[in-house]
Design a protein. Structure first.
Length: 334
């Protein structure tokens, strides 16, 4: 038998069922109960949001602290005295701290917007002093510039760029100097992986004999400087699967005569001498100058390539890209 318990109220009753009981309670009881549940839910939501915001604030505080430490510990006014150094600084994310670069620093394109301090060998000393740098990064070959800047109370960092190993080391050294060591390690890892991929690609392909011309007269074969052994261009060709015909030279960049070239008989000629004021010279005219050496394989087989040296002669982060380009030329790869 169903037992009903009725509680009088001036309000419309609401039926409540609990097991075998049907209990009538006033409506304001349930309104009050709903309000309590709503308030508790909001309190819990506010507590969760406060905890989340607290975590975010802590993370932001840590970022601010790290940035402050970087500002106080690492240089903020950097001058780069070489294109490869400038490229590394930009890749490290330190470009906003660069106050000046050389006239030859044109990559990345943003580098063109930086203040120019002159050439590699004849920079504007007065301008450098006026910029009040706290770090000047230069090549070891230009280290004598330090004496000319002896009045500056600043730090100097010198790096080498003769070989690919020098370039790899400079990435880490510069990264440490500007407080971007982790980023430098990532750049180096990516650099090495790309080179290893190219090595695997060409390891089973035949080795071609390569002549690498880095400078010569515009429309003749006079004053021809070539890449010998022990420099990054020679190493790039080797990684690309070629054999430098001048790898036994006693100097990094020997002068080669026509007679010597006939004796060496290269299969491929990489002419990198078309730069600076020569960039407007007609390619056909340059290729015509090689026809006097009609007896060598590269000329007979039309395997003379005019290589744009804008990046290929800069020993920097774009070496893997340049090696890939050379591999395609040497092995006729698409």
């Amino acid at each position: 038998m169903l037992l009903k318990v009725k509680i009088s109220s001036t309000h419309n009753p609401i039926k409540f069922i609990s097991n075998s009981f049907i209990i009538y309670k006033p409506i304001h009881y349930y309104v009050f109960l709903i309000m309590i549940l709503f308030i508790n839910a909001n309190i819990l939501q506010l507590f969760a949001k406060t905890s989340l915001d607290s975590g975010k604030n802590t993370e932001q505080a840590n970022d601010i602290k790290q940035n402050s430490e970087k500002l106080s510990k690492y240089p903020q006014r950097i001058i780069s005295l070489s294109p490869n150094i400038t490229e590394i600084l930009f890749a490290l994310g330190a470009d906003k701290r660069i106050v000046a670069v050389t006239d030859f620093c044109i990559y990345p394109p943003e580098a063109k917007m930086k203040k120019k301090i002159g050439g590699l060998m004849n920079p504007n000393i007065e301008l450098i002093v006026s910029l009040k740098p706290d770090l000047i990064i230069m090549l070891a070959a230009n280290s004598d510039l330090k004496s000319k800047l002896s009045s500056l109370e600043t730090k100097f960092l010198t790096v080498k760029n003769e070989t690919i190993s020098d370039v790899m080391e400079s990435i880490i050294v510069i990264g440490k100097a500007v407080g971007e060591e982790k980023k430098a390690e990532e750049l180096l890892k990516n650099f090495e992986e790309k080179l290893n991929d190219i090595k695997k690609l060409v390891e089973k392909l035949p080795k071609e004999k390569i002549l690498i011309v880095v400078d010569k007269s515009t429309d003749s074969l006079q004053g021809m400087y070539c890449a010998g052994k022990g420099n990054f261009i020679d190493e790039m060709v080797s990684i690309a699967g070629g054999t430098n015909v001048l790898q036994d030279s006693s100097t990094p960049y020997p002068i080669a005569s026509k007679e010597k070239l006939i004796e060496l008989n290269p299969d491929v000629i990489l002419d990198m001498s078309i730069y600076g004021e020569r960039k407007e010279v007609n390619d056909k005219k340059i290729l015509e100058s090689w026809k006097s050496l009609y007896s060598i394989n590269a000329v007979k087989n039309n395997r003379i390539y005019l290589v744009n040296p804008t990046s290929i002669t800069i020993p920097g982060l774009r070496i893997p890209e340049n090696v890939e380009h050379l591999a395609k030329l040497i092995h006729n790869l698409n």
